[in-house]
Design a protein around this ligand. Structure first.
Ligand SMILES: Cc1cc2nc3c(=O)[nH]c(=O)nc-3n(C[C@H](O)[C@H](O)[C@H](O)COP(=O)(O)O)c2cc1C
Length: 389
């Protein structure tokens, strides 16, 4: 049936029409933000033009920037853009606010402004909840003496997360990891790294095992399936989520063979592709880096959410520093996800990385590192989509 449908489509020119232009590039408007903001733009819009390029979980871009107060930007979580199945405590969403804040600060420094960053100005969210209070207020006094620029600014338009297998003939030098450590400015966020072959092998295996838990648990894989944008039309319409623009998935989509209403059936082409992608990423890790924060200390001080913001800021600096060094860095968050089925991997990863349970030290970011060709930038929505006021 499917074969006959395929032949009919090809014969009728439908497939040719679907792929007119023969390009796997993302639609220009979807990646226009990577050209950087216009020079003449208002200062806050200019700086926000860099902040929206921050890495963020599932490219949800879960930000609202309120500009109603002059010389200040108040950041809120866009609660329409959460990931409740894979991120039930919204920890990754809060980390993704931290990456935004750090990019914003780096951009403002480029314009001579040293902003004051106040986390949770109206009080901190509950450790496992999110509400409508602001996440951060970034403010400054106009006319202050110029602040020193941050050299990482040069990497903001270059940075990206390369989601392909890494080149297994190119090891990562321990000295490279040490240079990454130098990008860190917050002593409250611990940096860890390894390229030790036996440790790397164990962690590769754990990545793959934990990926299988996410992919084979219907409600968690469906969260990703619903956010998958296949082909230029869907990518241009949403400009977020998981973007796929290769020929084969586009063909499958045009044929109606990419079902969005159920997890990919075991043995199907979509299933095999999904599994081999995660396995390839896991097994081609050439090293790992991670960031952690003390758990009990923050719980006692009621600063669990601030710790996540700080980790996000630290991660932003880490990935920019990696970009500067020509190193790829890709978060592998599966084992850090707090849903029930993941618990054994969650605890094991904490023991492997920190030698302590998660109750003592929370790993906030866990990433593979390695080398590959630079990849296309991920789409971003228009700046106006996140601005309030
Ligand atoms: C908190 C956090 C968790 C992330 N976890 C993953 C992950 O598990 N797998 C993955 O492929 N990318 C992960 N990413 C990377 C995002 O998917 C990526 O930043 C987003 O798609 C935008 O792409 P870009 O970084 O190339 O701009 C994560 C990013 C953040 C900030």
């Amino acid at each position: 049936m499917q074969r006959r449908q395929f032949i009919r489509l090809v014969g009728g020119g439908t497939v040719a029409a679907a792929f007119a232009g023969c390009s796997t590039d993302y639609p220009a408007a979807a990646v226009a933000a990577w050209q950087g903001p216009a020079d003449g733009a208002d200062l806050r819009r200019w700086a926000l033009g860099y902040a929206i390029l921050a890495p963020n979980s599932h490219n949800r871009q879960p930000w609202i920037a309120d500009l109603r107060e002059p010389s200040s930007i108040t950041l809120f979580v866009d609660r329409e853009r959460l990931l409740p199945q894979t991120d039930p405590w919204f920890r990754q969403i809060v980390v993704s606010q931290g990456t935004f804040v750090e990019s914003l600060v780096i951009a403002l420094r480029e314009r001579g402004i040293d902003p004051r960053v106040q986390f949770f100005p109206d009080g901190e969210f509950e450790p496992h909840g999110i509400d409508d209070r602001p996440v951060a207020r970034i403010s400054w006094q106009p006319g202050q003496p110029p602040a020193p620029k941050d050299p990482l600014f040069a990497q903001l338009l270059r940075r990206h997360t390369a989601k392909v297998d890494y080149d297994m003939t190119r090891p990562v030098a321990p000295a490279t990891l040490e240079s990454l450590r130098g990008s860190q400015v917050d002593a409250g966020v611990r940096f860890g790294a390894t390229v030790d072959p036996s440790r790397v092998e164990t962690l590769r295996e754990l990545c793959w095992q934990s990926a299988q838990v996410e992919l084979l648990t219907p409600r968690t894989v469906m969260e990703s399936v619903r956010l998958t944008r296949v082909g230029p039309d869907e990518i241009a319409r949403h400009r977020d989520g998981i973007t796929i623009n290769g020929w084969f998935p586009r063909l499958a989509n045009a044929l109606g063979a990419f079902d969005r209403s159920a997890p990919p059936a075991e043995g199907s082409a979509a299933y095999k592709q999904m599994m081999s992608r995660f396995e390839g990423h896991s097994r081609s890790a050439m090293g790992f880096v991670w960031l952690s924060t003390p758990t009990a200390e923050h719980a006692a001080a009621r600063t669990t959410r601030s710790a996540e913001l700080r980790a996000g800021r630290a991660y932003m600096r880490l990935q920019l520093a990696a970009t500067e060094l020509g190193l790829q860095m890709h978060p592998m968050s599966q084992a850090l996800q707090e849903f029930e089925e993941m618990k054994p991997h969650y605890e094991r990863l904490h023991q492997l990385l920190e030698g302590r349970p998660a109750a003592e030290s929370t790993v906030q970011m866990f990433c593979r590192v390695g080398h590959c060709e630079d990849q296309a930038h991920a789409p971003r929505r228009e700046l106006d989509a996140i601005i309030r006021g």
